[in-house]
Design a protein around this ligand. Sequence first.
Ligand code: HSE
Length: 297
Amino acid sequence: KNIKIKVPATIANLVCGFDILGMAINEPYDEMELRLLESPDIIIRHTDSFNLPEEASKNVAGAVLLKIQTHLNLKNGFEVIIHKNIKPGSGLGSSAASAAGAAFAANHLLGNVLSKEEMVHFAMFGEELASGVRHADNIAPCMYGGIALIKSSDPIDIIPLNTPDLFIAAVHPQVEVKTSDARQILKKNISMKDAIQQWGNIAGLIAGIEKNDLTLIGRSLNDGIVEPVRSILIPQFHEIKTKSLELGALGGGISGSGPSVFMVTEKEEKAHEIARMMKAVYDEIKIESFVYVSEIN
Ligand code: HSE
């Protein structure tokens, strides 16, 4: 038995929704093929050129499959072929794609023995291996599709939201930002004043998503807590954001823990225009970058 799947990139956090809001997009995506084995081996093979570890316990997909194997007391193993297009370390949910894809495909091969929440639970072990943090804001939208609210990750309580008619321009500059570092630098405490602003933005964002009110989404994509700290790790962040807004972006911010930056627009052509500007900004300072124009998936 085998299964071939496409696994989407994800943008999480959605700016003010730190660790609680994420969305799946249709570009880029990984391809994975899983085969159920009679033997208990977990064999991982990459057909991309990222040199990711293939030893099961050190591989994100492998770590998830090992947990599922132990939990279900399986005699079977899996052979996994991964073709990664979502660049590791981009902030576009590369590790979440491997983790969620492995949990989803294994569950299918085993005859759907796990609930969606259980698949998220097991996939989070892959995120833990990749970044040391068991966050679900990439895993959940990857698994459920669209935009997902992680109301709680322990116990897992995920609310799939509406899919507004948005286009997304994203840029991945080739600079290294480790999720663990990008979390370390955050403030441990925030003021009541900042908290009130942030939950106003989050509530506005959720209302905008549910009502397909794109301007409300745009003006709610503000983050006075995480972005001011993390943006210092991303070259030209403020230039990209200001120019995007001038070109008509509704709003945007850092994708995940960076270094990718994303902007949302109402029209596809606008997203292409913004993507061209993003590339030009990094070309100017000789930083290689990759741009993507996508829709919510
Ligand atoms: N929510 C996580 C963070 C996502 O921002 O640290 C990292 O991929």
